[in-house]
Design a protein around this ligand. Structure first.
Ligand code: ADP
Length: 512
C-alpha cells in the first residue's frame, strides 16, 4: 500500500453515469468513486467505450496505444481512452470497435466474450499505465471473472500479487450464465467447475459468473444490509444461497448513496420550478406542469402518483395489474408511469392507459429529464418490488419531497419507514407481504393521509431531511477495501475453493 494508507482502487462497471446507463448501477458507479476520492484515495474507473461514447462529446484522449489482450488461444486488440469522471477521478475506456461499437450496452449474443475482454483489458491496462492497484472493485456479473483470475492466472504475477478484490452484488438476479466455451475465452484451466453439494445440479454444469465473483472475491458486499441478509435464504438467494451462506463471513451490506450534486431539487436543471425544504411551495408548479404534460385535469388537490422503473418482474408491476380497477374506481388520484422493459408490461400499461386516459399516463421510454420532473412533481412514488437490492428511486423521490409507497424488502425496508398515525413517525408507506391486497390497502392509507396537508407536509419533510449522501457509505467501502487487502495478504486459496473442481476445460469438453 502507498504512503499514508491511501489506497489505489480500480473501479470497474459496465455502465457509468453520465456515459451509459440502464439502471441504478450506473448511478452508483458515477457517484461512489467521487466520494472515495474525497476521502483521499486514488480511485480510477474503467468501462467499455460503447458506440455512443464519442471522443468529441466526452473530450476523451488516447492514453494507451492498442495492445494485445489474450482471449484463450487468440488475442484481441484494446486501446485505452481517458476522460474525467470528476476532478481527480480519471475514467478509462476500453476501446475495441468489433465488440463495443454498438448502440446498446447489453443483450448481445456475444456478451460473455465482450465482458471477459473488457475485464482482461482493464486488468492489463494497469500494467501499461504502470499503476498497481491495491484493490479491484468489481460490480455485478460483467466483472465477476476478475476475482477468479486474481486467485488463478494472476495469483503469482508479481504485479498483481497483492491486488485484492471487492465484489459488489447490485442484483443477484442477473448472474451471467454461459456455457463451457467461456472458460476458454477467459483462459481458465484451473477450478473450472463448481461442485457444491447443495447447489442445484444444473448450476454445477454451467459457468455462472456471479457465482465465481462470490467464490473468489476477498470480500463481497451487496447494496443494503437487509438484502445482504435476505440473499442467504432460498427465497431471495436466486439459487446461489448455498455458496453465499458458505461465504457469509465475508459478506457485508452497504446502502447505496445518492450524488447530492446531481439529485438536488434546488438546482436540478431538468426541474421547472426549484424548491427545497424551506420553500416547499416551489413544488406546486412542477405538479401542475406534469398534469398538463400527462393530459390530466389540473387539480392541485388530487394526489399524483408516479412510478419510474425498469419494467421487469422484480419491480412488482403484476400487483398493480391485479388492483388497477378497484384502485381507479375507488381512489381519487392520478398515475404516471415512466418505464421501459419487457413487452408484456408495455402491453399491460398501454391497456390500462386506454381504459383510464384521464387518470393514467404511460411513457414507455428511458427519459432522464422526464424522470427528474416526475420526482419533483408527483406526490407519491410507487415501488412495490418483489425484491430490491437497494433501490435508488425511493431515495431520489424522498429527496424531492415525493413520498414513497413501497414493499418493505431489501433496501426499501432499510430506507422507508411506514407512517404511523398514532406516533406521527415514518417517512412513507410500506407493506410486507407480496400481495395485491396489501398494496391496495397501503394505497388507501396513503391517499387518505394525503387529505391532511399538515401531516403530509411532515412526511415530505422527513423524507427530504434523510441523509442519503454517499459520505457514510463511502467510509464503509473504504473499510471493506482495507479488509480485502488484509484478506488477500493472508488467504490460503485452495481451502477456500474446495467446492471447485479442478478438471480443465479441455478434459470437460472431451468428456461431454
Ligand atoms: P434498478 O437499478 O433495479 O433499475 P434503481 O431504483 O436502483 O433500480 O435505479 C433506477 C435508476 O434508473 C434511477 O435513477 C431511476 O430514476 C432511473 N430510471 C429507471 N427507469 C427509468 C426511465 N424509464 N427513464 C429514466 N430514468 C429511469
Amino acid at each position: 500500500m502507498s504512503a499514508q494508507n491511501s489506497l489505489k482502487i480500480l473501479y470497474l462497471s459496465a455502465e457509468v453515469v453520465p456515459f451509459a446507463k440502464t439502471g441504478g448501477l450506473a448511478d452508483v458507479a458515477g457517484s461512489l468513486p467521487k466520494a472515495i476520492r474525497a476521502l483521499g484515495h486514488d480511485i480510477r474507473v474503467a468501462m467499455p467505450r460503447y458506440g455512443r461514447i464519442t471522443r468529441d462529446k466526452f473530450h476523451l484522449t488516447q492514453r494507451l496505444e492498442p495492445f494485445a489482450v489474450p482471449m484463450g488461444d487468440i488475442s484481441e486488440p484494446a486501446a485505452i481512452f481517458e476522460g474525467q469522471l470528476a476532478p481527480g477521478v480519471p475514467i478509462y475506456f476500453v476501446d475495441n470497435a468489433r465488440l463495443f461499437d454498438r448502440d446498446g450496452i447489453y443483450m448481445y449474443p456475444d456478451d460473455a466474450e465482450r465482458f471477459i475482454f473488457f475485464c482482461r483489458a482493464a486488468v492489463e491496462m494497469c500494467r501499461g499505465l504502470g499503476w498497481q492497484p491495491d484493490v479491484i472493485h468489481c460490480n455485478d456479473w460483467h466483472t465477476a471473472i476478475i476475482p477468479n483470475w486474481m486467485q488463478t492466472i494472476y495469483r503469482s504475477d508479481p504485479f498483481f500479487q497483492n491486488t485484492a478484490t471487492l465484489y459488489t452484488i447490485h442484483n443477484l438476479a442477473y448472474q451471467g450464465i454461459f456455457g463451457y466455451r467461456m472458460l476458454e475465452i477467459a483462459s481458465i484451466e484451473e477450478y473450472g467447475f463448481i461442485a457444491h453439494p447443495d447447489l442445484a445440479p444444473d448450476l454445477n454444469d454451467v459457468v455462472d459468473l456471479m457465482a465465481r465473483g462470490i467464490l473468489f472475491a476477498d470480500i463481497i458486499n451487496t447494496v443494503s444490509e437487509r438484502y445482504a441478509q435476505e440473499i442467504l435464504t432460498p427465497a431471495y438467494g436466486e439459487r446461489l444461497d448455498p455458496i453465499l451462506r458458505d461465504r457469509r463471513d465475508r459478506l457485508f451490506g452497504v446502502l447505496n448513496g445518492l450524488d447530492y450534486d446531481v439529485y438536488n431539487p434546488a438546482t436540478d436543471p431538468y426541474v421547472i420550478s426549484h424548491f427545497n425544504a424551506s420553500h416547499l411551495e416551489g413544488r406546486a408548479p412542477n405538479k401542475a406542469a406534469l398534469q398538463q404534460e400527462a393530459g390530466f385535469p389540473e387539480h392541485p388537490d388530487v394526489p399524483l402518483i408516479g412510478a419510474i422503473s425498469r419494467l421487469a418482474d422484480q419491480k412488482g408491476f403484476d400487483l398493480i395489474a391485479q388492483i388497477i380497477d378497484p384502485w381507479m374506481q375507488h381512489l381519487p388520484c392520478q398515475f404516471i408511469l415512466l418505464g421501459t422493459g419487457e413487452q408484456r408490461y408495455h402491453d399491460l400499461f398501454e391497456n390500462i392507459r386506454s381504459r383510464y386516459p384521464d387518470r393514467v399516463a404511460v411513457f414507455l421510454t428511458f427519459n432522464t429529464p422526464l424522470a427528474q420532473r416526475l420526482y419533483a412533481g408527483a406526490d407519491m412514488f410507487l415501488m412495490p418490488s418483489r425484491f430490491e437490492p437497494c433501490g435508488l428511486g425511493q431515495m431520489i423521490a424522498m429527496r424531492y419531497g415525493c413520498v414513497p409507497v413501497v414493499r418493505a424488502t431489501g433496501g426499501l425496508a432499510d430506507t422507508v419507514k411506514d407512517y404511523n398515525p398514532r406516533s406521527d413517525e415514518g417517512n412513507g408507506f410500506a407493506f410486507e407481504p407480496y400481495d395485491a391486497m396489501a398494496l391496495y390497502t397501503t394505497l388507501v392509507r396513503a391517499v387518505e393521509t394525503y387529505k391532511y396537508p399538515e401531516v403530509w407536509r411532515r412526511l415530505m419533510l422527513r423524507g427530504m431531511a434523510a441523509d442519503f449522501s454517499w459520505e457514510t457509505s463511502a467510509r464503509k467501502y473504504v473499510d471493506l477495501y482495507y479488509r480485502a487487502v488484509a484478506t488477500r495478504r493472508g488467504a490460503h486459496p485452495p481451502q477456500d475453493y474446495a467446492v471447485l473442481r479442478r478438471d480443465s476445460t479441455a478434459e470437460r469438453m472431451a468428456g461431454s
